[in-house]
Design a protein around this ligand. Structure first.
Ligand code: PCA
Length: 216
């Protein structure tokens, strides 16, 4: 049984992205009866969906968690909803800055995460990790990948979703004002736990996600 765990290339002039550092630290690790497969996605509106589709086809995963960096957030931020909107506040790594476009013209306005988001948050908090639920993954490449993921896996029963991570301390030290940060080792432990809970699943929390797009 495969778990696909994706992370992104550095973007926005940064030299490192915690999402890929965490994903690669967990690559090949067993979690229960499953194994983690880390894949690195380019921070590119054209490249990221292509690489994601390739990884899904290659691995046929039972669980997918996509990771991204959200500078300024202090917690492990479990996203609840992907929106069908691209509105880039900065250029991607190809120099493109698309505005006010749908991720997919033929798709619903939004998809919910199909991960057991509350069980994951509670397990993280119980283990002492700062963690919370988020209602926006933004409108940049992370949200696009989250939306593509949910669209491709809708109705398959594969649990999937997105988690934003705080900056690493070495990134935060260079920024003004200094944003909150979390060390890599702590992020790795937290995401490993989140994957274990995602694998175990909690259908009562996922029920809303099975209904598809939000209706109100
Ligand atoms: N964070 C960006 C894209 C890549 C990443 O790690 C985002 O939040 O959209």
């Amino acid at each position: 049984m495969n778990i696909l765990l994706t992370g992104f290339d550095p973007f926005g002039g940064e030299a490192i992205n915690p999402s890929w550092e965490v994903a690669r630290a967990l690559d090949c690790q067993p979690i229960g009866a499953a194994r983690v497969h880390a894949r690195r996605l380019p921070t590119s509106f054209t490249g990221a969906p292509e690489q994601l589709a390739r990884a899904l086809a290659e691995l046929a995963p039972a669980v997918v968690v996509a990771l991204g960096q959200a500078s300024g957030r202090a917690e492990i931020s479990i996203e609840r909803v992907a929106v069908n909107l691209i509105d880039a506040r900065i250029a991607d790594n190809d120099g493109h800055r698309p505005l006010d476009l749908p991720v997919r013209a033929d798709a619903p306005a939004a998809y919910f995460s199909t991960l057991p988001v509350k069980a994951m948050r509670d397990a993280l908090r119980d283990a002492g990790h700062p963690a919370g639920l988020s209602l926006t993954a933004g409108a940049f490449v992370c949200n696009q990948v989250f939306f593509e993921l949910q669209h491709r896996l809708a109705g398959t029963g594969v649990r999937s979703g997105f988690i934003h991570l705080p900056s690493l301390p070495e990134q935060a030290a260079r920024a003004q004002p200094v944003p909150p940060s979390m060390g890599l080792a702590a992020q790795v432990v937290a995401i490993r736990l989140a994957l274990a809970v995602a694998l175990a699943g909690h259908p009562e929390h996922a029920a809303v996600a099975d209904e598809g797009a939000p209706t109100s």
